[in-house]
Write a protein that binds this ligand. Structure first.
Ligand SMILES: [Zn+2]
Length: 165
């Protein structure tokens, strides 16, 4: 559950607007959340590529303040700017490299970052790669099928998943 009435949410949203040069004080407060969004981007050859983004997708984000990092989409929402246009944003939880590998699988371990000192709201356009990275939960006996133990914040990055042999 993402709370939109917090100072942290408002300041992250303002920061996200600033990142594309929009500096006015935000008037509208309400945000509309979606589980899914599809949109079209133009790649370098001007080819249009249709993108789909779902809540809980894992994406790679490259943002000025951070290096390339991985994040999980916890919310997709639009907010009405002062110019009455709706702007799409994502709300993420960041992964932090644990600089460890799993004993048996030899995959890098990541943890969900639990401090809220990192910005968590970004314009949709910040996403570089959707699901080209494959993370799996480092499941414990408390996980059942798709019902993962929320108290375990460890994930493994499967680096072999997209290797075609
Ligand atoms: Zn699990």
């Amino acid at each position: 559950m993402i709370r939109t009435d917090t100072i942290k949410f408002r300041s992250d949203l303002a920061h996200a607007y600033n990142s594309f040069g929009y500096r006015a004080l935000l008037i509208n407060k309400s945000c509309n959340f979606y589980d899914y969004i599809s949109y079209i981007i133009q790649d370098d050859d001007n080819t249009e590529v249709k993108c789909h983004l779902h809540k809980n997708d894992i994406v790679m984000i490259q943002e000025e303040d951070y290096d390339k990092s991985y994040a999980i989409i916890k919310g997709i929402f639009t907010h009405k700017g002062n110019d009455n246009n709706y702007y799409p944003f994502i709300y993420v939880d960041w992964f932090e490299d644990a600089y460890q590998t799993h004993d048996k699988l030899d995959c890098p371990k990541f943890m969900l970052y639990q401090d809220d000192s990192w910005h968590q709201i970004f314009p949709l356009t910040v996403i570089n790669e959707i699901q080209k990275t494959h993370f799996v939960h480092n499941c414990t006996t408390r996980c059942k099928d798709d019902d993962h133990d929320p108290n375990n914040n460890q994930y493994l990055k499967n680096e072999f998943f997209f290797t075609i042999i």
